[in-house]
Ligand binder design. Structure first.
Ligand code: ASP
Ligand code: MG
Length: 425
């Protein structure tokens, strides 16, 4: 049993769907589960649609829906020459769910509405891909992930009920996979009352890992538009190298610090079952990519993760009390309450500094509440670089023209919060 995951970029046009079909046809024919995301940037578009609907801007919501439909039907017409092919109806039916919703004023909780709307991206993409695979004589079965990935009702960030999920997959998905290749959705799940949930943005990798773990798959392959896991993001660094082999440990550290190549939650289920993860390029299906396993050796090259738009928040108890012993748990509770994720932190006797992503609203609310008990200072417009397996040379390289505000080092990882001086006039 193998699991393949194809993200939005790999199914963003008729041509890319044809390319992915070729990859699938070359794979072992049976015992393959294919997990697919919404096409191209459709999740963003559906998110806009949901926002317009929630804020009662019905014309904008309809406009977004028209664009979403036009995009999918454009692809359908390129893939299927027969306009009476049943897939046209299936896709129309999926959109009817959104149309019905738009007929009424938004009255349910926004996060619930969001999941009902945004999930349609994955339903539609899998309908199209499975119909196309059948068209090119690749026998597949379409399966609804909401019946297998069982979650609680924390809409937009649902938590997986592993026992129920594993039971559903073993009892009902495994028999399907014994008969043919199965195509299903990433990112979405279902509650015990059969409401649709989503697992958080970019969560399809995580879905694929859940399926792989519950099926005890031989491997999971994530097909991407990059040659594998690189030691830095080409968006920020001129020279990058593919990492041929990576340990689960390094992979989870890199994704935790912000490497976007795979979703951070993907590694744990695979590591727990010792299932190898391959990250490979759908643009060059013959190249080896990256293999992630229980390897013992560390990364062969230093790896860099770069984040912009950071805020450095420094917190001081007003009464000169020690930060760790007397204040830290209260401070962390506030970060948790406002859903602000700490990217790096450092403490002294009576101060605590953290860098976080600059989400305007959340940060203002957090600072307002912190300010009740603490003196709070903050700096915006900063960068955070994390270097795994650093040395002085790599630190010097990334800090040219930067003012360093905070530097935290552990044995293998160095994090530097800095200000870019080259853009200051
Ligand atoms: N389509 C979803 C998103 O864009 C899930 C995913 O792509 O992994 O967030
Ligand atoms: Mg996506």
């Amino acid at each position: 049993m193998e699991v393949y995951k194809f993200g939005g970029a790999s199914v963003s046009s008729a041509k890319s769907i044809q390319n992915m079909a070729a990859i699938v046809k070359n794979a072992a024919k049976d015992h393959l589960l294919i997990v697919i995301s919404a096409m191209g940037k459709m999740t963003n578009k559906l998110e806009e649609l949901s926002n317009s609907y929630i804020s009662n801007d019905s014309p904008a919501a309809h406009q977004h829906l028209d664009e979403v439909k036009a995009y999918h039907f454009g692809i359908l017409h390129e893939l299927f020459s027969n306009p009476h092919h049943p897939v046209f109806n299936e896709v129309s039916n999926a959109f009817v769910e959104i149309e019905w919703l738009l007929e009424e004023q938004a009255s349910d909780a926004p996060d619930y509405i969001y999941d009902q709307i945004v999930s349609i991206g994955e339903i539609v993409s899998t309908k199209i891909v499975s119909a196309y695979l059948k068209e090119v004589e690749c026998e597949v079965t379409w399966a609804d992930a909401r019946n297998y990935i069982q979650t609680d009702n924390s809409y937009r960030e649902a938590l997986v009920d592993w026992d129920r999920t594993s039971a559903e997959i073993q009892q009902h998905l495994l028999p399907l996979l014994k008969k043919s290749i199965v195509v299903t959705q990433g990112f979405i799940g279902g509650t015990s009352e059969n409401f649709t949930t989503t697992l958080g943005r970019e969560g399809s990798d995580y879905s694929a890992a859940i399926f792989a773990a519950c099926l005890d798959a031989k491997s999971l392959t994530i097909w991407k538009d990059v040659p594998g896991v690189l030691n830095a993001d080409p968006k920020w660094f001129n020279e990058t190298e593919r990492i041929p082999q990576l340990s689960y440990h390094d992979a989870i550290e890199l994704t935790y610090y912000g490497a976007t190549v795979i979703h951070p939650k993907t590694i744990k289920p695979l590591q727990n079952r010792n299932i190898p993860l391959y990250v490979r390029s759908f643009l060059d299906a013959l190249s080896p990519g990256t293999e992630i396993t229980a390897l013992n050796s560390p990364l062969p090259v230093p790896s860099f993760i770069f984040k912009v738009n950071q805020v450095l928040i420094s917190i001081f108890p007003k009464d000169f009390s020690f930060i760790i012993e007397e204040n830290l748990s209260g401070i962390f509770n506030l970060f948790h309450k406002h859903k602000v994720k700490v990217n790096t932190m450092l403490n002294s006797a009576i101060s605590f500094s953290v860098s976080v992503d600059h989400d305007e609203k959340k940060i203002q609310d957090l600072i307002a509440e912190l300010s009740v008990h603490y003196k709070v200072k903050y700096n915006t417009g900063l960068e955070l670089v994390t270097i795994r397996y650093y040395n002085q040379d790599t630190i010097d390289r990334v800090t040219v023209d930067k003012q360093i505000l905070l530097e935290v080092k552990s044995r293998h990882t160095c994090q530097i919060v800095m200000k870019d001086l080259s853009t200051i006039e």
